[in-house]
Design a protein around this ligand. Structure first.
Ligand code: NAD
Ligand code: ZN
Length: 357
């Protein structure tokens, strides 16, 4: 049980059975139920989810939304609201988000705002979504920027069936695994070292993932319980993200995935930690070698000048009062927040470039 609005997170290969057992009561208490599904995930797995819900003998509405990031738009958001109104959903209705982080963010935001807020269940289908499905941040994108319109709205539960991860393409595996590395680096040195030493890091088995993603979820949950609205420690979850977001934006969204960008961001944060925190040079180098070995690219560091990244970072919402805020490490597992000047950032950028040579 986690958060003030306590809810359970279930992860494993047989979790869909829970709809008919543990969650039968919750589903029965809803006057209407809709699955909002990533259309690609729906094609692969909707029958599996419908089969699990069949015993409830309910009429369940299905709304397919564009696969991946394309669903996080105002147009799709409006379309979903109209759909629910058309289907006569009320304040007692319930949504099920079925897809990766994008579908989860959209569905969560639809649930947060439909008739001032209805319940929803997160049913994540990507590795990355072990991060995004927990914590209650929901959002859609605006032409001006990612996640610019959203709300905090916690789900009623998270039901993660890791069997569905079998079809994830390598790029999505890499993207999601970067967030797992983040959870390890901000919480536990032994765990972080285990991940760095794992030769099968980007070919993870499903049982291994079930255990590891649960570990990641626990790190996130503990932090969110302490600081739901990001006044203090929740910031630590942004490790690698200040620079990572800049990389993602500068390269053009979709060019590098979120996690691939965050991997570069974490290398940069480790390098900054050598000077402003406490990380030794060997660790940063080990991290870079590990990332390269598993197919993460550092090309953007060579392809774009520092000025491109700093322009974005200064615009980013996490740069408070003109200052650039980073999460650095006083040793692995010991994150802290630090404001740096653009000159300090530039120096680290040049160092990173040298290290990559
Ligand atoms: P995604 O949801 O965009 O999905 C990536 C691709 O994988 C899509 O094309 C999708 O159709 C496909 N896919 C999903 N599940 C699959 C499966 N089981 N098999 C095969 N293909 C599958 O990507 P994501 O990385 O899960 O999520 C990224 C989003 O999450 C971003 O929008 C980001 O802003 C958001 N996010 C939110 C939070 C939060 O706290 N709310 C945290 C991190 C990221
Ligand atoms: Zn992230």
């Amino acid at each position: 049980n986690i958060f003030n609005h306590q809810y359970d997170v279930h992860i494993g290969t047989d979790t869909f059975g829970l709809f008919a057992t543990e969650y039968a009561g919750l589903l029965e208490s809803a006057d209407r139920i809709a699955i909002i599904a990533d259309e690609y995930v729906a094609e692969l797995y909707l029958p599996l989810l419908q089969e699990a819900l069949k015993v409830l003998n309910r009429d369940i509405s299905i709304k397919r939304v564009p696969a991946g990031e394309k669903c996080k738009t105002m147009a799709v958001f409006t379309d979903c609201q109209s759909f629910l109104l058309g289907e006569k959903f009320t304040r007692d209705s319930l949504l099920i988000a079925f897809g990766g982080g994008a579908c989860g963010d959209l569905t969560g935001f639809v649930a947060a705002t439909y008739m001032r807020g209805i319940r929803y269940i997160q049913c994540p289908t990507t590795i990355l979504a072990h991060d995004s499905a927990v914590g209650g941040k929901t959002a859609i994108n605006m032409p001006e920027g990612k996640n610019m319109v959203g709300a905090f709205h916690q789900p009623s539960s998270v039901i993660f069936n890791t069997r569905l991860l079998n079809t994830l393409p390598p790029r999505e595996i890499r993207s999601g695994m970067a967030e797992l590395v983040k959870h390890a680096f901000i919480s536990n040195e032994d765990w972080a070292n285990e991940l760095l030493a794992n030769p099968a890091f980007t070919q993870p088995s499903i049982p291994w993932l079930s255990t590891e993603l649960l570990r990641g979820i626990k790190v996130k949950a503990d932090i969110v319980i302490e600081d739901e609205f990001e006044h203090s420690t929740r910031k630590y979850l942004n490790f690698g993200h200040t620079f990572g977001h800049a990389v993602e934006a500068v390269c053009g969204f979709g060019e590098l995935s979120h996690g691939e960008s965050v991997m570069i961001g974490m290398a940069y944060a480790l390098l900054l930690s050598e000077t402003y925190g406490s990380i030794n040079e060997e660790k940063t180098n080990e991290f870079i070698a590990f990332a390269m070995k598993h197919g993460y690219s550092f090309r953007p560091i060579h392809d774009y000048p520092f000025s491109s990244f700093i322009t974005y970072m200064e615009k980013d919402k996490k740069a408070s009062f003109g200052k650039l805020q980073f999460v650095l490490l006083n040793g692995i597992g010991r994150p802290f927040s630090k404001e740096l000047t653009s000159l300090q950032c530039e120096k680290a950028f040049d160092q990173l470039k040298q290290r990559l040579e």
